[in-house]
Ligand binder design. Structure first.
Ligand SMILES: NC(=O)c1ccc[n+]([C@@H]2O[C@H](COP(=O)([O-])OP(=O)(O)OC[C@H]3O[C@@H](n4cnc5c(N)ncnc54)[C@H](O)[C@@H]3O)[C@@H](O)[C@H]2O)c1
Ligand SMILES: O=C(O)C[C@H](O)C(=O)O
Length: 347
């Protein structure tokens, strides 16, 4: 083991390489004027890297902070060479977390371990709960007004953990905290489009509930454009959407879970948040948020995102018998996952 002073010196040397010399900083690297400041926590990971690349390409972003506990120097150097507008800065290790977060408008969190075959998302709780808690303590201290997008699993529990941390710090604004369930919608649109023979970009499938197994509830009776499915198609689609994550985990055979489709989904969702912050009208996406749509304190439905975050939460709409049965199963599992997250912080 290296003594900690040596490790700190090495980190300082690496960090120094991530930015232009002091006298050049901010004089030329301006980024897009009027854009937003975005931090990615876990930026060197399987999701973090492609997410950082896609965020660098987003014209709404003027400053992109990449934070991780490993490998940010390389990822930052690499991404910063892209001739897209956003200025990119890298931050390495816990001692740079506060600098990474200060002044941010949007914080996206894909930090934490992914599943291996045979694991549930809840099996990640023991490691990821602590990671999300620590990162949210930093957010409460350094950018309490930022919109927070939680990707780290199990989302059904990590969002309640984030809420409890913010409540403890006195900074909780439920409108600004969103669990990212966009990948379920992306998958649902793709699989439904395949069955209907449509372009997935023309398909809109609401997916409600949460982000794990039976808590992922696609509302196939509300698909746009309006259509109908056979009972066999409904069983196939529901099962494939609920187990899309496991399909990828098994195909990757121990090398992790969805990263590329997740980065695509995360950037689609982050872009919606930034357009909402900018004041665009009619920005609607599904997200797992503090909600009164059911008796549970958190639930994913369609929400409208505006300047202050989640400005409107849409009701479930008319459900058929199949969906009503699915909703009961989803709520049962969600209740336990929410309570687990809350207890982790309150213990
Ligand atoms: N919400 C979703 O739909 C969805 C989809 C896919 C994956 N995920 C989840 O996203 C998480 C990340 O997945 P991945 O494939 O990118 O994993 P990964 O292991 O490839 O990357 C995770 C990154 O987090 C970093 N990290 C660990 N502890 C950290 C800390 N304390 N602070 C900052 N960074 C830290 C690691 O160094 C690593 O670079 C997993 O929990 C996974 O289950 C969620
Ligand atoms: O399945 C996983 O573990 C990762 C993610 O939640 C997904 O849905 O792909």
């Amino acid at each position: 083991m290296q003594p900690s002073s040596q490790v700190n010196q090495r980190i300082a040397r690496l960090a120094a390489h991530l930015q232009p010399p002091n006298d050049l900083q901010n004089c030329r690297a301006k980024g897009a004027s009027g854009g937003f400041k975005v931090a990615i926590l876990g930026a060197a990971g399987g999701i973090g890297q492609p997410l950082a690349m896609l965020m660098k390409m987003n014209p709404l972003v003027s400053l992109l902070h990449l934070y991780d506990v490993v490998n940010t120097p390389g990822v930052t150097a690499d991404i910063s060479h892209m001739d897209a507008a956003a200025v990119v800065r890298g931050f390495l290790g816990q001692q740079q977390l506060e600098d990474a977060l200060t002044g941010m408008d949007l914080v996206v969190i894909p930090a934490g371990v992914p599943r291996k075959p045979g694991m549930t998302r809840d099996d990640l709780f023991n490691i990821n709960a602590g990671i999300v808690k620590t990162l949210c303590e930093g957010i409460a201290k350094c950018c309490p007004k930022a919109i927070v997008n939680v990707i780290s699993n199990p989302v059904n529990s990590t969002v309640p953990i984030a809420a409890e941390v913010f409540k403890k710090a006195g900074t909780y604004d439920p409108k600004r905290l969103m669990g990212v369930t966009m990948l379920d919608v992306v998958r649902a649109n793709t699989f439904v489009a395949e069955v209907l023979g449509l372009d997935p970009r023309e398909v809109d499938v609401p997916v409600v509930g949460g982000h794990a197994g039976v808590t992922i509830l696609p509302l196939l009776s509300q698909v746009k454009p309006s259509c109908s499915f056979t009972p066999k198609e409904i069983d196939y689609l529901t099962d494939r959407i609920q187990n899309g994550g496991t399909e990828v985990v098994e195909a990757k055979a121990g090398a992790g879970s969805a990263t590329l489709s997740m980065a695509y989904a995360a950037v689609k969702f982050a872009d919606a948040c930034l357009r909402g912050l900018r004041g665009d009208a009619g920005v609607v996406q599904c997200a797992y948020v503090a909600s009164e749509v059911t008796e549970l304190p958190f639930f994913a439905t369609k929400v409208r995102i505006g300047r202050s975050g989640v400005e409107e939460i849409y009701p479930l709409g008319p459900l058929n018998e199949y969906e009503r049965a699915g909703l009961e199963k989803a709520k049962k599992e969600l209740a336990g996952s929410i309570q687990k997250g809350v207890s982790f912080v309150r213990k």
